[in-house]
Ligand binder design. Structure first.
Ligand code: SF4
Length: 360
């Protein structure tokens, strides 16, 4: 009597069946194949926790239920709604991308990763996520969570700060993709990789005993999952000193300016920013200030406590000068007085929002 030998499930097959029963299946951007919703969630989830994204995702969809409505919105409204989520280039690209979908693709998201990648703010992994979730395209995603899972599974020791090594990992990831029943398997497989990285294969203390692929995982066998991924080149950090002018008028309004389209806090509203105390003071004529305060002496500046704001590559050391004015400060950028009810809905950098909330 011949014995029937059952084929061992592949890595992809194991991941797909694990996701069905143990993965995350109730997030609001799941169970949809609407590329607008999937794309919106993918952009928001870059460098941001799921719990933070939930509220922003709901708010964006309430204001902009379709890509057409997002494209037609004023940039200030988009930046205002994004305020607090950080990494503001994502919001600028999001808006531009919606406009490009309208003008270049007639309001319909393209269906292949290759075409999606031609849109602003959509990199290779985001394009693959949208294409695999919505159109079941056989393409590999590669965000931070996925890199961790795959490098551990294969005990992939090559340094990922070398681009050729990262390219090789992509190739291995492509070879490991599901090969059957792609319509259902591809979305689930992409989700499984994300879920495993977010729930079990954690950066510190991964929960290997609960992992569906621990039997084949090389890093687990070696007893050193936390050694992977290997990335030696660290981001070079720099620091910068900023002087911020917190100018108020008698009505309690604050002077805000729109930042240039590039550089720190690009396209957001901010207090006027200067590189030194001298530059800040020069931007205000003492004569004007004397008139305002009806004093013959120098005006009273209040120096608020200095604070540090940490960006990805840079620490910002911010000094804040507070002064009362009756007229507009003489700064080169276009600005205006904003009442509390109005500035609260603007796109403001998080530290400026905190500063205003705590000092007005
Ligand atoms: S066994 Fe551990 S290290 Fe390997 S993939 Fe699973 S959780 Fe990650």
């Amino acid at each position: 009597m011949s014995k029937v030998v059952k084929a061992t499930p592949t890595f992809a097959e194991t991941m797909v069946s694990w996701q069905k029963t143990h993965g995350r299946n109730h997030l609001p951007w799941q169970n949809t194949q609407d590329p607008y919703r999937v794309w919106l969630s993918e952009i928001m989830l870059q460098q941001t926790q799921v719990t933070t994204v939930l509220g922003y995702y709901a708010k964006f969809l309430a204001h902009f239920p379709t890509v057409a409505e997002l494209a037609a919105a004023p940039q200030d409204q988009v930046m205002g709604l994004w305020s607090g989520l950080g990494y503001y280039s994502r919001a600028r690209n999001l808006h531009q991308c919606a406009q490009d979908v309208m003008t270049r693709f007639g309001g319909v998201f393209p269906q292949t990763a290759q075409e999606l990648m031609t849109l602003p703010g959509i990199g290779r992994s985001t394009a693959a996520a949208v294409a695999s979730f919505c159109f079941s395209e056989r393409v590999a995603i590669m965000d931070g969570n996925v890199k961790r899972v795959l490098t551990r599974f294969w005990a992939y020791e090559a340094d990922l700060s070398v681009s050729q090594n990262e390219k090789t990992l992509w190739e291995k990831a492509e070879a490991a993709l599901p090969s059957r029943q792609l319509k259902t398997a591809m979305p689930r497989y992409s989700q499984a990789l994300m879920d495993l990285g977010a729930t079990l294969c954690l950066p510190r203390k991964p929960n290997c005993p609960s992992c569906p692929v621990r039997g084949e995982c090389k890093a687990y066998a070696l007893g050193s999952p936390e050694k992977f991924p290997v990335k030696t080149r660290k981001l070079k950090r720099s620091s910068e000193v900023l002087w911020l002018l917190l100018a108020l008028n008698k009505k309690g309004e604050v002077w805000l300016e729109k930042r240039p389209a590039t550089g720190i806090w690009a396209s957001l509203y901010s207090l006027p920013v200067f590189e030194s105390e001298e530059a800040l003071k020069k931007a205000l004529s003492f004569k004007e200030l004397k008139k305002t305060r009806k004093l013959s002496e120098e005006p009273e500046w209040t120096l608020l406590p200095t604070f540090k704001h940490v960006l990805t590559h840079k620490d910002l050391h911010c000094h804040v000068m507070k002064v009362m004015l009756n007229q507009a400060p003489q700064t080169p950028a276009q600005g205006a007085w904003w009442a509390q009810n109005d500035w609260k809905v603007l796109g403001l950098p998080t530290p400026i929002r905190h500063l205003l909330s705590n000092s007005l």
